[in-house]
Design a protein around this ligand. Structure first.
Ligand code: AP5
Ligand code: MG
Length: 214
């Protein structure tokens, strides 16, 4: 099963992708998490990605596509995966489709987690993320057991640099211009499913399960 999570920054793609990955025992592949891990480890890739991410801009397609294709070529992805934050532009989607077609394969579901911009801005300031394992918390909705510490791996939780209000606004603009057209792209392929992302995360997950299990 190959699933793509669509949605604005902060819509809950990562939150839902992790639950899907756990339930179906497939990898959760987030290009944002891969970039953040590289930033943390001080790699050249991380340095390049950071210069775009801090401004709320997209990392160039060429670099992003290379990283994603490397990741999904790994053994653990053979039975499927859930992509979170990729594709984010039409050219990225076209490359993914072309690569899958070569393998006689295709994307099965594109799930758009729909949340209006007003809700997003409120959510982002409260988010805390673990740079080690990628787990996500929210100081009100999903607090960690111990403040500032990841429940899963015990590492420190951070407020992402790109979650500052002015950067969130840029990310939303970039989303509307460059990523939202993917909704129509997958609609035309008849694999688009929209779920209401404003309700409790467990209810969002239930709607997704209904989509995946028909
Ligand atoms: P990325 O890491 O993908 O960030 P994003 O798309 O901006 O999305 P977020 O991770 O901010 O939000 P999310 O939808 O995962 O929400 P979450 O589940 O955390 O990308 C970061 C940057 O990397 C980009 O800006 C770009 O520069 C670069 N990049 C990455 N991929 C790229 C690509 N393909 N091409 C080019 N550049 C790329 O939830 C948010 C918060 O809300 C959390 O605190 C959560 O606990 C809470 N929450 C979740 N669901 C609910 C709910 N139902 N109710 C209440 N609170 C909720
Ligand atoms: Mg995310």
């Amino acid at each position: 099963m190959k699933i793509i999570m669509l949605g604005a920054p902060g819509a809950g793609k990562g939150t839902q992708a992790k639950m899907i990955a756990e339930k179906y025992d497939i990898p959760h592949v987030s290009t944002g998490d891969i970039f953040r891990a590289n930033i943390k480890n001080g790699t050249d890739l991380g340095k390049e990605a950071k210069s775009y991410m801090d401004k709320g801009q997209l990392v160039p397609d060429e670099l992003t596509v290379r990283i994603l294709l490397d990741r999904v070529a790994k053994d653990d992805c053979k039975n499927g995966y859930v992509l979170d934050g990729f594709p984010r532009t039409i050219p990225q989607a076209e490359v993914l489709d072309a690569e899958l077609t070569k393998l006689g394969d295709k994307v099965d579901f594109a799930i758009d987690v729909d949340v209006p911009d007003e809700n997003i801005i409120r959510r982002m300031g409260g988010r805390r993320a673990c740079v080690t394992c990628g787990a996500t918390y929210h100081i009100e909705h999903v607090p960690p057991k111990k403040e500032g510490i990841c429940d899963k791996c015990g590492s420190e939780l951070i407020l992402r640099d790109d979650d500052k209000p002015e950067t969130v606004k840029n990310r939303l603009d970039v989303y509307h211009k460059q990523t939202q057209p993917l909704i129509e792209y997958y609609n035309k392929k008849n694999i688009l499913h929209t779920v209401d992302g404003t309700v409790d995360m467990k209810d969002v997950f239930d709607s997704i399960i209904k989509v995946l299990e028909g």
